[in-house]
Design a binder for this molecule. Structure first.
Ligand code: URA
Length: 241
């Protein structure tokens, strides 16, 4: 078997493992600039009322982490085991944004380390990326008890930390994992089906939305849609200059 045949066989095997028995042959889509939905700079933003807080002066992710990881601004600080800042390449061109830590993440202090995290690693592998290529963070840094949905007040309190992470990392593209992550970042109240398939632009950064990996574990039939989303994400990523 030639090395090209071996590469093809391995890629197909990986796709089968992650996305199941269907072989997804996706047509090459051209992405037009006019498809991009621009999101206005969001009210509670990098430059407004929270600017006076000490964490806004952080010049690196380590400094930011040390300034915010003792946060007690909301009730979740009372029940968390660990503050989950985020992990990855501080100069990543791509960020992945999830919802909030679950039980495993709360214990280990790292995002997406449980079953959903394993699937996320496989999805990244399928588009030829690893966790070292990206930075992974959540909308909430502390676990909501029993994995309930984040409350709007918790999201509002925690979002400035994510905005500051985005400012420091300066990614060119973001993949939002799930409805809550996307609505939180883009300040929208849409269903996942309304969010998926669009390319948004948030403060000049392209944003693609896909399913949350935990939702894919519960509904394997949605993996085909996820594959379409991440192919689009990877195409935009590859086109970055
Ligand atoms: N789900 C999330 O949204 N984030 C994590 O870190 C883990 C599970």
């Amino acid at each position: 078997m030639s090395s090209l045949e071996k590469k093809l066989r391995d890629a197909l095997q990986l796709q089968k493992e992650i996305f199941g028995d269907d072989l997804f042959v996706l047509k090459e889509e051209k992405i037009f600039e006019s498809e991009i939905k621009t999101t206005e700079k969001i009210g509670k933003n990098l430059n407004d009322s929270l600017f006076d807080e000490p964490f806004q002066k952080a010049e690196s992710l380590e400094e930011l982490d040390s300034l915010i990881n003792t946060c007690t601004k909301c009730e979740l600080s009372r029940t968390r085991t660990k503050f989950v800042f985020g992990i990855g390449n501080p100069h990543a061109r791509a960020m992945l944004i999830g919802e909030a830590p679950g039980a495993d993440e709360d214990k280990q202090g790292e995002p997406f380390v449980g079953k959903a995290g394993k699937l996320l690693n496989d999805i990244l592998k399928a588009i030829d990326l690893t966790r070292d290529d990206v930075f992974i963070a959540n909308i909430l840094k502390c676990r909501p008890p029993g994995n309930r949905d984040p409350l709007p007040s918790e999201m509002e309190t925690c979002m400035p930390y994510l905005y500051k992470q985005i400012e420091l990392i300066n990614p060119k593209i973001i993949l939002c994992l799930g409805r809550i992550a996307a609505n939180g970042l883009l300040n929208k109240k849409l269903s996942l089906s309304a969010l998926r398939g669009n390319i948004y632009e948030f403060n000049g950064i392209k944003v693609v939305v896909t399913y949350h990996p935990a939702a894919l574990l519960r509904n394997p039939g949605w993996k085909k849609g996820c594959w379409e989303d991440v192919k689009k994400f990877k195409k935009l990523y590859d086109e970055l200059n």
